[in-house]
Ligand binder design. Sequence first.
Ligand code: XMP
Length: 172
Amino acid sequence: MKLVEPPLISTPAIEQRLKLLAQEITDYYRDKPLTVLGLLNGSIFFLVDLVRLLPLETQLECWRVQSYVGQQSSGTLQGLESCQAELRGRSVLLIDDILDTGLTLHSVQTRARELGASEVDICVLLRKNRVRQIEVETRWVGFDIADEFVVGYGLDFNGHYRGLRAIHLMGE
Ligand code: XMP
């Protein structure tokens, strides 16, 4: 498998979209007790770039969970049992790199609600156009993409390509 050029989503396109998302998110959470909850490792660059565009008093939490092995979802989510945070009465904004099967975001949203969050909304950079194993409602989406494997800007293929500044397809 190798990287496809040119990128599917360029660096300027990502930057421009993030500014718009940040405006909408700021308007929504003004006067609410916001906790931004990022899922590592994939959302790391999206999380950092987005949070720095929010002129809000924000608490930041990061949870480390994993469902993918190589290019396949393993069907189970690892790491959620050790995810803890004081979320009672907080408005939680869940940030992830990509919505694929829905397993990760559904499980994490359920966990955040169990920990007492008053609302849990979701912002993903990418949403794959596919039938999901579990339906998940996303309030904010950076880009809708086809059901293909992508890397870059936090997304990896077995640990590779995470640091690329744009988002690329992988091809033969
Ligand atoms: P689910 O299936 O739980 O997937 O919605 C969410 C997690 O799976 C990873 N994922 C990908 N990683 N390229 C990647 O590098 C992809 O195309 C891709 N699709 C899913 C990702 O970690 C995401 O948080």
